[in-house]
Design a protein around this ligand. Sequence first.
Ligand code: NAD
Ligand code: 89Y
Length: 343
Amino acid sequence: MAKFKGALIGCGFFAVNQMHGWRDLPDVEIVAICDRDPERLDIVGDQFGVARRYRSAEEMFADGGFDFVDVATTVGSHRALVELAAHHKVPVICQKPFAPTLADAKAMVTAAEAAGIPLMIHENFRWQTPILAVKAVLESGAIGTPFWGRVSFRSGFDVFSGQPYLAKGKRFIIEDLGIHSLDIARFLFGDAGRMTARTKRINPEIAGEDVATMLLDHDNGITSIVDVSYATKLPEEPFPETFVEIDASQGTLRLGKDYALTVHGPKGTTRSVVAPNLLPWASRPWHNIQESVALIQKHWIERLAAGAEPDTSGRDNLKTFALVEAAYLSAERGETIALEELL
Ligand code: NAD
Ligand code: 89Y
């Protein structure tokens, strides 16, 4: 079977995980990489044995020879790079956060659709093993119909040493991490039409908010709370675990520390551990995120091969990104925001 040839733009902190994920897929070969920074280009090129190395994305596209491109740069460059891929009619994956603004994100979706190419946002948290386990319980009907949920990520982990740019942006936790939690809420409870949010900055050394509490009204009547914090000092650091609570017509579900899942329903109570696999290249505590990278990349290739839309397509992810925008607007105005005003 012919391999899918890929190219990757942005050889920074997180891209290394993506390169490992691609290397593990037997039907994929990364044939070219690009980074403005020659040092990062050589580190990743040498580690993964990629000979074609570019400091300019334009030059890489001009040379071509790949079936898709994986954009792993930070948010400021996403729109230009996705539009460049669209111009060359190359299917494209773009890291979260989608774009600096919702208007940029919409323009990216339009560009991809006009070019007839698939666009997937690398929204990987819904691909985490524990989150997939929660989804499977909901789909099994074991607890009935949910009416309330909570998606919670509270940590004191130092994310700034690996990703120093996170300390500098006017926006921090909702745009960087809450975006994943909001996507998990959509994945588990469906699309949401109204958002009410409050934010705080506790760490004086960063520019953006590091605490956010969000209340979502889902279209199917479920109410959910999505709460995120990087200012929470716990006796046992849970990074990067997402906790989930669901109350439903026939029972309850709790996903807690160390991937402990408790499901209580008419047939009794089951307790299990839904821990992620520790892939050979992964390292704790990041292994949960790392496995989800491998899984979303596998999904991309399957959908590319089938000519089908990926689950977290650009069009789908506009709804997650609109929740991010709505949360900032709500916190700023002290009002509830209707999503239809944004989408
Ligand atoms: P980084 O700054 O370490 O790496 C980005 C790299 O892109 C840098 O080496 C930079 O030189 C390069 N770059 C930027 N613009 C470029 C351009 N136009 N052309 C070529 N190279 C360019 O950032 P990072 O921490 O690796 O984060 C990258 C993205 O990954 C961010 O959007 C971040 O939010 C996201 N991320 C996602 C997850 C996840 O779980 N999905 C986790 C961490 C980070
Ligand atoms: O950038 C963030 C992400 O997407 O997952 C965790 C993270 O690395 C820090 O918040």
